[in-house]
Design a protein around this ligand. Structure first.
Ligand code: ZN
Length: 225
């Protein structure tokens, strides 16, 4: 149910727009979560430390075969960065989600694959290291859903640039603590998030420490009821 109007100021003094928050869900460090979001509804993803990478996927609710596609996104918009101006499209070229507000550095990676068990093995991690790929499937499983494949993820708060010679540069994350983005569902979707468990490379910041994020399902307003 809708709770009191939420205009929060975090420890870094970053203020979030006043919104009624219907449900607040902690996205624990190293873990994943999937939520359903009806067409027109919005959610806010908050990054209290600013440097935590969050992998995101979305599937059409009722059709796991239609999902956000990073290759379609790059082809449709001729860019490698997901921003407020670029609706997130499916493998059927349909907008599934739109970033409608973004207080982060504003460039989210569409190039790199979600981390996965073989990657951690190659990095020398102990067996059983958690991964974004596992988190996707665990999150879907909590909703009783099975995806027989792993689409490419949208890597939020992750900074990857292409050098002139075509090689990739993994930059340190640059979003400020308390950065957030608001996503609007364009159709009924299941959205899966993974708080990236990467603690070997500095993709989650130089301290290499995964940290909690927060998902807030926002109450409908007059414009998007
Ligand atoms: Zn990851």
């Amino acid at each position: 149910m809708a709770t009191a109007l939420s205009s929060k100021t975090d420890s870094a003094g970053t203020r979030r727009r006043a919104e009624r928050v219907e449900q607040s869900i902690v996205l624990p460090a190293r873990r994943g979560k999937a939520v359903r979001l009806r067409a027109g509804r919005r959610l806010r993803l908050v990054n209290p430390y600013g440097v935590q990478a969050v992998d995101l996927w979305a599937f059409v609710d009722g059709d796991i075969g239609e999902h956000l596609s990073m290759e379609h996104f790059r082809s449709v918009h001729s860019t490698i960065f997901a921003t407020v101006d670029t609706p997130l499209v499916s493998n059927a070229q349909r907008p599934l989600l739109t970033i409608i507000e973004d207080t982060s550095s504003g460039r989210h990676d569409t190039l790199l694959c979600p981390c996965n068990e073989p990657l951690y093995r190659q990095l020398g991690a102990k067996p059983g290291h958690r991964s974004c790929t596992d988190n996707l499937h665990e999150g879907l499983g909590e909703l009783g859903l099975v995806a027989p494949f792993t689409p490419a993820s949208l890597n939020l708060f992750m900074s990857v640039e292409v050098r002139p010679d075509g090689s990739l540069e993994r930059r340190l994350p640059s979003s400020k603590p308390g950065s957030y983005l608001v996503l609007r569902a364009e159709v009924d979707v299941v959205i899966a998030f993974s708080c990236c468990p990467q603690d070997i490379t500095p993709i989650n910041g130089p301290e290499r420490t995964p940290r909690d994020c927060l998902i807030e399902i926002l109450a409908p307003t007059a414009e998007n009821a």
